[in-house]
Write a protein that binds this ligand. Structure first.
Ligand code: GDP
Length: 433
């Protein structure tokens, strides 16, 4: 999937355009806590294609010391996007900031679509000619608030979107390490790579300076997916939380398994919930890694107590195994690769239809769905339609009658029967035809 980003100086209408392009989909069903708030990215569908859109205007600096905000936003767009939508305003005309942004974009050489917003009437539409001086492509006239020019804009974005294959590495288990700043992500990556493994070479990623590291371990090939960009730019950038989230999302997308890291020294913090939500939302395999175990004061009960706490705090990740490690001393780091293998295997597990049906029909018999308004759900048969994550369709009398609690029950029975450690399971209902 390609990525587009909106840049422009403040008040040109970036978030209005962002909301307009995302339409209703902005608030997609998402009951994972902490993820939807102030979303700055989302998927846009246009004709038969989908691309991810980023509103860089939503990435703000709290501390002035970090320098010019527009500059940072443009840098992020250049780093993250395949196509940049440069938004200006017909009302104010070409400003010094616009010229500076244009200069930066021309230098970066990324495809740019110039859109002049607030061209609400004919007089304002004439202003557009002024924008040729930016030395970019022909400007598109737009009124984001009136919904004028949106189709033209999307056509132009799609035209400039490079075709590329974002499939995860085939035949290789790829994984990433995510977590809030200072949990020990880099230390863990180094510890994993240090364990006498053959690093092949760094792959300069297809785009966006991704630096993924392939290595061999006991004859199998793995790929560590880096949240590069952050690493390259350093801690200050990692502390811009929304930018970190963007990086994590794109790393997760290329991974089979996600290692969600918690800082054992500091304990669970609010920001961990955002990160956990991202891991869960993506439908990838997840392992919760409790790092800095060396720095935790402990007795024989501590591990159990912490596990309990983790289960309470991240309820929706109940399928994820918990590993306790020390990236610093290397303790238990060697357990991670076998665990990653196991989880990846579970993500790709295919249950034969007859076996699946035995379990689900048996579950239904043991604990029949409660009638709802006098009507009872009836599952006739089921089928696993895909893997990563395992996705199961129940063919029923009426999909509306399938309640969350019953889905949960079915899921638990599937886990008892087949394990599915570390992978979410998607269960949907379809009317039997
Ligand atoms: P990142 O920001 O998540 O990449 O975290 P770093 O890998 O840069 O680590 C942040 C700090 O935590 C550094 O000072 C590390 O030395 C320290 N650290 C990382 N892993 C461990 C660990 O297992 N135990 C202890 N005690 N410190 C650690």
């Amino acid at each position: 999937r390609g990525v587009a980003a909106i840049v422009g100086r403040p008040n040109v209408g970036k978030s209005t355009l962002f909301n307009r392009l995302l339409g209703e989909r902005k608030s997609i069903v998402d009951d994972t806590p902490g993820v939807t708030r102030d979303r700055i990215y989302g998927d846009v569908e246009w004709l038969t294609q989908t691309f991810r859109l980023i509103d860089t205007g939503g990435i703000q600096l709290e501390d002035q010391d970090f320098g010019d905000e527009i500059n940072m936003q443009v840098d992020i767009a250049i780093e993250e996007a395949d196509v940049i939508i440069f938004l200006a305003s017909a009302r104010e005309g070409v400003t010094a900031d616009d010229l500076a942004i244009a200069r930066k974009l021309r230098k970066a050489g990324k495809p740019v679509v110039l859109a002049v917003n607030k061209a609400d009437n004919e007089k304002l539409q004439m202003e557009v000619y002024d924008f040729y001086q930016l030395g970019l492509d022909d400007p598109i006239t737009l009124s984001a608030s009136h919904g004028i020019g949106i189709g033209d804009l999307l056509d132009r974005v799609m035209e400039k979107m490079p075709v590329r294959d974002l499939k995860p590495y085939e035949g290789v288990t790829s994984f990433c390490v995510i977590g809030r700043p200072n949990v020990g992500k880099s230390s863990l990556v180094n510890a994993i790579l240090k364990e006498d493994r053959t690093i092949v070479s760094n792959v300069e990623g297809t785009t966006r300076d991704a630096i993924d590291t392939p290595f061999f371990y006991e004859g199998r090939e793995y790929m560590i997916i880096d949240t590069a960009g952050i690493r390259k730019r350093g801690k200050i950038w990692e502390n811009i939380e929304k930018y970190s989230i963007l990086r994590a999302v794109s790393a997760i997308e290329r991974s089979n398994v996600v290692l969600f890291l918690i800082d054992g020294e500091k304990g669970i913090r609010a920001q961990d919930k955002h990160v956990a939500g991202l891991a869960h939302e993506a439908g990838k395999g997840v392992i919760i890694v409790y790092n800095k175990w060396d720095a935790v004061e402990k007795d024989e009960k501590t591990m159990q107590q912490i596990t309990k706490k983790i289960r309470e705090e991240f309820k929706y990740l109940d399928y994820a195994p918990v590993a306790f490690v020390s990236a610093l001393t290397g303790a238990k780091v060697q357990n991670l690769i076998p665990l990653i293998d196991q989880v990846h295997e579970m993500c790709t597990l295919r249950v034969p239809t007859n076996v699946l049906n035995d379990v689900i029909l048996d579950a239904q018999m043991m604990n029949p769905p409660k009638p709802h308004n006098g009507r009872q759900l009836k599952i006739y048969y089921s089928s696993q339609v895909s893997v990563e994550p395992p996705t199961i369709v129940l063919f029923v009398n009426d999909p509306e009658l399938l309640h969350f609690s019953y889905t949960r029950y079915i899921e638990n029975r599937l886990r008892e029967a087949f394990g599915f450690t570390g992978t979410p399971i998607h269960i949907t209902a379809r009317k039997r035809s």
